[in-house]
Design a protein around this ligand. Structure first.
Ligand code: BMP
Length: 235
């Protein structure tokens, strides 16, 4: 059974550190865990260390590990990717909604059978998302809701759009919002617009002291939310 994703700090750390040695990676995970709600890993870490790294990370933290593999193949392959990622220890996964309903249905089915959760990417945070993806983001979010996805991914770099995403998915789905920090998103903007979690990568793992960086992100975000008296979005 997957580790539950609790909403406490509203921050997910993107642990994109395949260039580091394992002992450094484990140190970061231990240090940042009190200040974030989940650890998100991506494909480069798996290529470097293999799928067993997920289990090793889980020995360092009690937080859930989200495999940000943006699964987006034909239904049969998508299902197999989701299955093997969860069997390797991933508690949650990201899926690429743009590939369509049949693949997403297959992913969600196997993830839920195995007790894991999924975030469907509706719109990405980088400028290239404006080429094709943004035009379909709201439709993808609607599909995510209809298919029973647990959450969506929407950009912290365009916080204004988050309001519309929240309207579409309702109050009971998570919105994970990447793009805070190096991509230009400002800490707190996405949450104040309706996101559940903001994703922070570089600004934590590349900081001279990742623990201090995570602690500062956590307290700054809490202060900002307290100013606006925001009540946590529950799942
Ligand atoms: P950073 O805070 O260092 O920019 O990291 C952002 C993380 O969020 C990366 O792991 C990236 O793959 C992920 N991400 C993103 O930046 N934009 C998206 O639209 C979707 C993502 O998963």
């Amino acid at each position: 059974m997957a580790r539950p994703l609790k909403i406490e700090n509203h921050i997910i750390h993107a642990l994109d550190v395949e260039d580091k040695e394992k002992r450094q990676i484990f140190r970061i995970v231990k240090d940042v865990s009190p200040y974030v709600d989940a650890i998100k890993i991506s494909t480069p870490l798996i290529f470097r260390y293999g799928g067993s790294i997920i289990g090793e990370l889980k020995e360092q933290t009690s937080l859930p590990i989200i495999g940000c593999f943006k699964v987006g193949d034909i239904p049969d392959m998508s299902r197999r990717i989701v299955k093997i990622a969860i069997d390797s220890g991933a508690d949650g996964l990201t899926l690429h909604g743009i590939v369509g309903r049949d693949s997403m249905t297959a992913c969600i089915k196997v993830a839920h059978e195995k007790g894991a959760y999924v975030f469907m990417v509706a719109e990405m945070s980088h400028p290239g998302a404006l080429d094709f993806m943004k035009q379909h983001g709201f439709e993808i979010a609607k599909m995510a809701r209809e298919l029973g996805s647990d959450g969506i991914v929407a950009p912290a770099t365009r916080p204004d759009t988050i309001r519309k995403y929240r309207e579409i998915v309702g109050d009971d789905m998570w919105i994970m919002s990447p793009g805070v920090g190096v991509q230009g998103g400002k800490l707190g903007d996405a949450i104040l617009a309706g996101a559940t979690f903001e994703v922070v990568g570089h600004r934590i793992y590349e900081a001279p002291d990742p623990k201090q960086a995570a602690k500062t992100f956590c307290s700054s975000l809490k202060e900002r939310l307290a100013e606006k008296q925001l009540i946590s979005t529950s799942h």
